[in-house]
Ligand binder design. Structure first.
Ligand code: SF4
Ligand code: SF4
Length: 86
């Protein structure tokens, strides 16, 4: 699933479109509209656009399979973090 841009928060800076290596987002400096998500299926959810957005205007919608696999490292105990190293 693609990133979702909050049009109310977006300040139309174009940073997200510039940072995306996969050209998922299209931003036209001559058009005062927020970037458009043009290739949502190509997004690999790196969150670079989310991190670099100066207006906190982007949130990611992860596919269900990603959501089920995701575990925040801050919630793991030390032995769980080291399990793969054994
Ligand atoms: S980086 Fe954020 S504020 Fe800038 S154009 Fe993208 S969504 Fe809008
Ligand atoms: S999450 Fe990564 S690949 Fe997807 S739109 Fe943002 S910068 Fe591009």
């Amino acid at each position: 699933m693609p990133p979702v841009i909050d049009e109310q928060k977006c300040v139309r800076c174009g940073t997200c479109a510039n940072i995306c290596n996969s050209a998922i987002l299209l931003f036209d400096r001559k058009n005062p509209a927020p970037p458009q998500v043009v290739f949502p299926e190509e997004c690999w959810h790196c969150e670079a656009c989310v991190v670099d957005c100066p207006a906190d205007a982007i949130r990611m919608r992860f596919p269900l399979a990603y959501s089920l696999m995701y575990v925040a490292s801050s919630t793991l105990k030390p032995e769980e973090l080291n399990r793969d190293r054994d």
